[in-house]
Design a protein around this ligand. Structure first.
Ligand code: ADP
Ligand code: NA
Length: 336
């Protein structure tokens, strides 16, 4: 098989927490390492153009773009091995979106379930950008002739749309300009739940400080949050299946396994028959060992905004070198 070119974006978020790390950032680092080990290329972008499709204060957007970049680099996205940038610095994303808008059909966008979910009852009050967001996503990957795009369940429809747009463009303009990207199937990302209420996911909007481990938390705070995490009085069982009715226990096991890069069942091999009095301190140690270097590097990077700016500039320069010929070819094909 020929080498993969994987393109993926992430919305700029602030106040990042353990759920963001294990469910998104760490997955990206693993993907970078896997794809590159197989001889492929990885392009990662901060989807800052996507952010204002729903209201976000300008100061927040600016800060979150910087914070997200620092987090990615601190966690192991290597700007010398991956092309790391934000959309705004590569104007071809916006320009190709307009061209693709003339190809995409209103009926296709009307079928996008994520727009319906996000707009809710207020469809008439939603921004045109929110409606058109999947076309920007198509441009994001078609610009680079991505061979593979990682997609979660909620993004499958958007990848299909990108393929439909690419196919129609190629047909309408008798060209083979756009390659059709395939989904990149990777191990399912773990879903991390609140440390206080395992029925809700760990989220920055969670009202209880104790329920969310933030990436900026000190070692002591991380350890304390795990020590006080809700668990139960039973011993850990021999099999994961036996945790079906113990959501807090299952969540702590999920976190342990994700941090240790092990299967939950494998971790139970060490802890079956032991209680949380033994498990929680080991989990706290593991979390501190994993998160402390990321936090320290984030703090270091955030203290040098010029360095982050230069990382994004260099990434954008490499991205533009790939994107510009694609845009030019699309314009030529259309007679522009
Ligand atoms: P979302 O709107 O999906 O909550 P966020 O900005 O909060 O997005 O999170 C950014 C990324 O982190 C997304 O990929 C999201 O799936 C992931 N994420 C957020 N919370 C969790 C969690 N509790 N467990 C696993 N992944 C999470
Ligand atoms: Na969230």
């Amino acid at each position: 098989a020929s080498a993969k070119r994987v393109v993926s974006g992430i919305k700029p978020t602030g106040n990042l927490h353990l759920g963001n790390y294990l469910g998104a950032v760490k997955q990206w680092v693993a993907m970078q390492n896997q794809v590159q080990a197989d001889g492929g290329e990885t392009l990662f972008f901060i989807a800052d153009l996507h952010a204002p499709t729903e209201w976000i204060a300008p100061a927040d957007l600016r800060a979150q773009t910087i914070e997200m970049t620092a987090t990615l680099v601190a966690a192991g996205i290597d700007p010398n091995r991956s092309i790391l940038f934000n959309q705004t610095r590569v104007p071809q994303h916006s320009e190709l979106t307009w061209l693709l808008n003339t190809v995409a059909r209103v009926g296709w966008l009307n079928r996008m379930t994520q727009f319906k979910d996000k707009a809710g009852k207020n469809r008439e009050g939603a921004s045109v950008g929110l409606y058109d967001y999947p076309v920007l996503m198509a441009a994001d990957v078609l610009l680079y002739n991505a061979t593979h795009v990682p997609v979660g369940e909620d993004q499958k429809q958007h990848l299909e749309l990108a393929r439909d747009i690419a196919t129609k463009f190629n047909n309408d303009y008798a060209t083979d300009l756009f390659a059709l990207p395939e989904p990149l199937i990777s191990a399912a990302a773990p879903r991390i739940m609140s440390l206080r209420d395992a029925s809700t996911k760990m989220s920055k909007s969670n009202p209880s400080e104790q329920s969310v481990v933030k990436l900026v938390d000190s070692d002591d705070t991380i350890a304390e949050k795990f020590r006080k995490a809700k668990s139960d009085a039973d011993l850990l069982p021999a099999t994961v299946a036996e945790l079906a009715d113990r959501p807090e226990a299952r969540n702590l096991l999920t976190i342990f396994a994700a941090l240790a890069d092990r299967a939950p069942q494998d971790v139970l091999g060490d802890y079956a028959g032991k209680g949380f009095g033994a498990f929680k301190p080991a989990l706290a140690d593991l979390a501190v060992a994993a998160l402390a270097p990321i936090r320290d590097e984030m703090v270091r990077l955030l203290d040098d905004k010029a360095a982050i700016d230069s990382i994004l500039n260099q990434g954008a320069e490499k991205a533009r070198a790939l994107a510009a010929p694609t845009l030019k070819a699309a314009q030529d094909a259309m007679g522009l």
